[in-house]
Design a binder for this molecule. Sequence first.
Ligand SMILES: [Zn+2]
Length: 465
Amino acid sequence: MPLNTYIENSREEIIRSVQELIAIPSVGGDPVVGKPMGEGPYKALEYVLDLGRQLGFTVGNIDGYAGYAEIGQGDETMAILAHLDVVPAGDDWTYPPFGGEIHGGKIYGRGAIDNKGPTIGAMYAMKAVLESGIPLNKKVRIIFGTDEESGWRGIKHYLKVQPMPDFGIVPDANYPVIHAEKGILTIAFKKDFSGEEVSSNIEYIKGGNRENMVPDRCTCSFVSKRDSDKILTHLNTFKEYAKYNMKADFVPVDRKLLVESIGQSAHGSTPELGVNAIGQMLAFLCTLGLGESPMEDFIMFLNNKIGMEYDGRQLGIDMEDDVSGALTANLGVVDIDRERGRALVNIRYPVTYELDQVMENIYKKAKECDVDVEIVGHNPPLYVPKDDPLIKKLITIYKDMTGETVEPITTGGGTYARALDYAVAFGAQFPGRPDLAHQKDEYIEIEDLILHTKIYARAIAELAR
Ligand SMILES: [Zn+2]
C-alpha cells in the first residue's frame, strides 16, 4: 500500500494514540524500583512499547530508562530519537492539560507537540513503511527517551548499554532541518570576600533563577537606613534617565531599604528579546557610586564586563560566523552578599569556534580583575554542513512533501539531536507555527501531525533503503 494511503487510512488511530499518550501525565518524578524517572514516564514508556508491539515492531525496554521499537534489517541502524516525558502542566489552561481534547482541528494537551504527537507520528510512519512493502537495508529504530526535560539520564543510560546508531533524525524541534546548533556554555564568576572590609552598605544582591533565562527580577537590600535618602533620590533620577523599570521600598520590620529591578524574561538563547533585570541593577549601583572593596570590585566587574550586554563584547568574546551567526551571552543569575559573590553567565557560541577560543579571553578578563571562573556546563556545538548527504536528502524530502523551497536552519538552542554522534533535528514544528512547547494550551494541529507522519515515512523509506 502506498505510504500516504496507509497514513490517510489510519488517521483515526494516529489521533487516538496521541490522545491516549497525552492522557498519561509523564512528568518526571521520584524514582521507584525499576522506574528511575518515576511512575509517569514509565507508564508512557509502557504505552509506546505496547503500541509498537501491536504495530508489529520489535520492542525493548532498557531498564526503565529508555526503550525502543524497531523494523527492518541490516548492519546499519537509522535512529529516530524522541522523548516521552513532559514538563509540568502549569496553570491557566483553556482545556485540561492531560485531556487530549480536540478543538478546532487541534489536539490539546501537555506534550502534544513536545514530544508526544511527533513520537506517535514517527511510529505510524514506520508502520506505513512496513505496510508499503518497500525493502529496507537498514534497521530503523525509534528510541524513546524518558528524561529529555531534565538531564537526559534516559538516553545516556541507553547509550551505555546499546550501540550508538549510525545516524539519526530527531522530531523534537523544527522543520525543515536544523544543521547547526551553537555551543552552549555556562560559566560562573566567583569571588570570596569573607573577612574583607565592605565600604558600601549593600547587604545582598539577588537576581534570576536559571542561567538560561533572561532574569526579570533583581533585588538589592541595603544594610541600614544610612544614605536611604541619597539612594532614593538617585534611583528616581537614574530610572528616568535610563528608562529602566525599578522601584524601592522599605521592609516593614526593620525598615531596611530594598531596591527592585524589573526586566523582561526571555530564553537564554535569545537574550536580545528580553530585558536583563540584573544588568539594570548593576548599572544603578555603579552610577550610585561604589567604594573600593573586593565586594564592590566584583559588582563593578560584572557591570563593566557584561551588564546589559548580550554580545560578549566587553568580555572579548563577540565572535560570529557565517554558519550560525553571533555569539550571545546572558547574565542569568547573581547572588552576592557581604561574604561572597557568584554570577552565572550562559553563552551560546558559533559552531565553527572551539571552547578554548571562547574561554581564553574570559580567563584573561577575569584574572585582570581578580575574579575566579568556573565552567559549570558545556555542550559542544552540533554542525552538519549543508552539503552533507543527510541534510541534502532531508531538504529534498521536505521540499517534495510540502512544495516549499527551504534552506537548513540553525539554532542557539540545544536539541535532543546532540545526544547522538550523527543526528539532526528534523521537525516536527512547521515554520510559522507558534512555539507552544512548555506553554499553556500546548497543541498539535491534526493536519500538521498527519503531514509530519507522511514526511517521516518518506524519510525512513529513503534513508533506510
Ligand atoms: Zn522536547
